[in-house]
Design a protein around this ligand. Structure first.
Ligand code: MG
Length: 446
């Protein structure tokens, strides 16, 4: 019997105003989701995704890899449906990477599903291997050979996702299944880890700290030590040698921000649904310290209110914007601001069939930087105008063959002069130098 032991940690990081990552430790299902969207929408999206995934998975008697994939699809639909319910949530989305113990043909497997740029890794025999592919613009450029791994890490559009959960009613989910071997260690993480800590450093921590909780906390601490520019979330899952028929390992203690804690499964058919762990009430439970005056409290409420209003405004502005950019060589319409804005990352709104080969070269600079447009329709019209311009430029009938010359009527006959520009013949060099008033008053000769 395969036993799993897990540890987890998450942190807001050093820059962001809120933690929009969510983690799920609900044996034998584990997940990380990284939400995006204005105001609180990103947090809502990632929470709905993990809640929906956990609920769908808990319904399964003997989950297969495909059923894990279907649970991820259901999570996509749940986020999408919720996003349609309120204007301020529209356009929200989330990444999702999940790992679960499933059965395939009677054999235990660890199924991995992925949408977006959160990642799953496996450490086996001390070697770290990435199990997932990022659904991001820079990964496409790397795959096409246009970008090296080192350039990708610092590319200005590295935040741009090409796939996310909840932005469309349907989404393609990457699914893989690996055979668990005692001693294997799996890592699920949001991009806030891998953006700050390279794979060698991650592997060193996973090799050094045996306890999964210790390893998760250390990885989060290293991400913060390297800048903490984003929320960072880590789940470490160990495959341990279990006794046949013995109980699964109890869930390791997770950070207070763990959103779902599940009871250990007593058997595949009787797994209780995971229960949401109540969130801490934000530190407001105890009596106010006496040094906190009413004035300070009022000021704090005012500041928080203003920040919330500003955040909502930024969210509406950023998510209500579109731009035309490049995905590889293909013109692509993105929702958001070029390069992202604060915590808001652009997503792909529409891929077009137009490539850079079908656009006049002088537009390429603007396209690489991202050409902002006020709406999706305006962005489509911009692409159409580029196409039309290119077609006109290429049309053979519009260029004059070498043998065609302008008709004589279009050239000026040599006898025609421009009277106003000619110098009056009566003006002599001496008069212009001594009597400017006379020469300026002289009407031009006609
Ligand atoms: Mg992130």
């Amino acid at each position: 019997m395969t036993e799993l032991r897990a540890g987890a940690a998450t942190d807001i990081g050093l820059v962001r105003a809120s933690n929009q990552d969510q983690l799920l430790v609900a044996h034998p299902l584990f997940a990380v989701a990284d939400g995006m969207g204005g105001h609180a929408a990103g947090e809502v999206a990632s929470r709905i995704a993990v809640d929906s995934l956990a609920a769908s998975f808990a319904e399964l008697a003997a989950p297969s890899p495909d059923q894990l994939g279907a649970a991820a699809q259901a999570a996509n639909r749940a986020v999408w449906d919720h996003a349609q319910s309120a204007a301020e949530l529209r356009g929200m989305g989330t990444t999702l990477v999940a790992l679960a113990l499933v059965a395939d043909g009677g054999q235990p497997k660890l199924g991995v599903v992925n949408v977006g740029d959160s990642r799953a890794y496996r450490l086996r025999d001390g070697e770290l291997a990435q199990l997932t592919n990022d659904h991001s613009l820079v990964q496409e450029l790397v795959d096409e050979g246009q970008l090296g791994a080192e350039e990708a890490a610092h590319h200005p559009q590295r935040h741009v996702l090409t796939r996310a959960l909840g932005v469309d009613p349907d989404v393609a989910v990457d699914l893989t299944a690996v055979t668990p071997v005692p001693g294997d260690r799996f890592l699920l993480c949001s991009d806030g880890l891998v953006r700050e800590v390279d794979d060698n450093q991650v592997a060193a921590v996973l090799r050094r700290l045996a306890d999964p909780d210790d390893a998760a906390r250390e990885l989060v601490a290293q991400a913060k030590a390297h800048g903490g520019s984003d929320n960072v979330t880590v789940v470490v899952v160990d495959v341990v040698a279990g006794q046949p028929g013995g109980p699964a390992a109890p869930p390791a203690a997770a950070e207070p921000t763990a959103v779902v804690k599940g009871a250990p499964p007593a058997g595949p058919a009787r797994r209780p649904p995971p229960r949401r762990r109540p969130r801490a009430p934000g530190g407001a439970a105890g009596p106010l310290n006496q040094v906190v005056t009413v004035r300070v409290l009022a000021f704090s409420i005012l500041v928080v209110g203003l920040l919330a209003i500003a955040g909502a405004g930024v969210g509406l502005y950023a998510r209500g914007s579109y731009y035309v950019g490049l995905s590889g060589r293909r013109l692509t319409i993105f929702q958001g601001r070029p390069g992202g804005m604060l915590w808001l990352r652009p997503t792909v709104a529409q891929r077009t069939d137009v490539t850079t080969a079908g656009v006049l070269a002088y537009h390429l600079g603007a396209l690489r930087a991202g050409q902002p447009e006020g709406s999706l329709d305006a962005a489509r019209q911009y692409v159409q105008s580029l196409q039309a311009e290119y077609s006109r430029d290429q049309a053979p009938n519009l260029s004059l063959p070498p043998s065609v010359s302008l008709p004589p009527s279009l050239s000026l006959p040599p006898s025609v002069s421009l009277p106003n520009l000619s110098v009056p013949p009566t003006t002599s060099p001496s008069s212009t130098s001594t009597s400017s008033t006379t020469s300026s008053a002289t009407p031009p000769a006609t």
